[in-house]
Design a binder for this molecule. Structure first.
Ligand SMILES: Nc1ncnc2c1ncn2[C@@H]1O[C@H](COP(=O)(O)OP(=O)(O)OP(=O)(O)O)[C@@H](O)[C@H]1O
Ligand SMILES: [Mg+2]
Length: 280
């Protein structure tokens, strides 16, 4: 997918004043302040922001795992607008901890979401195997999670997320626990599969690096209550298909990095010293 196309692509999801508060004893904590945002069809959107600013909460709302306190979300399903709908739920979210089942083989883990969607065995195994091959685990179809490294387990999660064919792929710091080399390999794999499948991805990360390398746009959130501070269009700097190392070696990279960090820094320091500020 080329960026120009993504820039002018129709919206996939539109948030109108979406907000979320939590009751904490007698007090109410505003986790997400009203957010207006348009996420385009096929876009790779990264979200960065200080700890506790509501990123996970926002993803969970998008996944339908958490209700918003107010506002409206419009989804486009098969070209039709739905103002009440949610994206399909089946594991469209990839978490930091891979969340795969230890008692199931790689094949069954990846096919799991399809099984709960009622897809027959032959079809779901065929789809699962296709994605297991794509993430480079072709020789590990019958292996169990305890026979895999952390990076391999995260590959299983990614294969499962794509195999479910979700409307939107929601990823919450999926590579945060991985070593640098594995992370770069998986970022490249993710980009390749994303380019092939043209999924809409919303990806939360603490890493500015990762946000630049992966995304079409980076959305920077303020300290809690999380609002949109700035959205930076990355696609204008780095065309697709991308090569992670090339991007990191380019002069523009430092510039873009500086711009994101200076916006983020104000928010990270705004949060410092606040009692309970970093609680999860
Ligand atoms: N179920 C809950 N009940 C009460 N408060 C919650 C709940 N979930 C989240 N919060 C509060 O909402 C705020 C935002 O939390 P959230 O997990 O969305 O932050 P985050 O941006 O993902 O942080 P991090 O970067 O540390 O993962 C926090 O203050 C948190 O304490
Ligand atoms: Mg979080």
């Amino acid at each position: 997918m080329m960026n120009d196309a993504t820039n002018f692509a129709p919206p996939k999801v539109t948030l109108h004043g979406i907000h979320r508060s939590f009751d904490l004893g007698r007090k109410s904590v505003v986790a997400v302040a009203p957010i207006d945002l348009e996420i385009r069809q096929g876009e790779f959107l990264c979200i960065v922001g200080p700890s506790g600013c509501g990123k996970t909460t926002l993803l969970r709302i998008l996944a339908g795992l958490e209700m918003e306190s107010g506002g409206q979300i419009d989804f486009v399903h098969d070209g039709r607008l739905s103002t009440t709908g949610r994206p399909r739920r089946e594991n469209s979210m990839v978490f930091q901890e891979h969340g795969i089942f230890p008692w199931m083989s790689v094949r069954d883990n990846v096919a799991f979401g399809l099984k709960s969607q009622g897809v027959d065995k032959k079809t779901r195994y065929a789809v699962a195997e296709q994605y297991i091959n794509k993430v480079g685990l072709g020789n590990f179809m019958d292996a169990y999670p305890n026979q895999l490294s952390g990076g391999m387990k995260q590959r299983v999660s990614i294969a499962r997320a794509f195999a479910n064919d979700p409307e939107i792929l929601l990823m919450d710091e999926p590579f945060a626990a991985l070593d640098e080399q594995t992370k770069i390999l998986l970022q490249e794999e993710l980009l390749r599969i994303w380019e092939e499948t043209q999924k809409t991805v919303v990806y939360v990360t603490h890493s500015i690096d990762e946000a630049i390398v992966l995304s079409d746009r980076v959305m920077i959130m303020t300290a809690r209550p999380g609002r949109i501070k700035e959205i930076i269009d990355i696609s204008q700097y780095f065309p697709r298909p991308r090569n992670v190392e090339e991007i990191k070696g380019s002069a523009t990279y430092g510039e873009v990095y500086g711009r994101i960090w200076s916006a983020l820094k104000e928010e990270v320091f705004a949060h410092e010293g606040e009692v309970g500020g970093a609680t999860k």
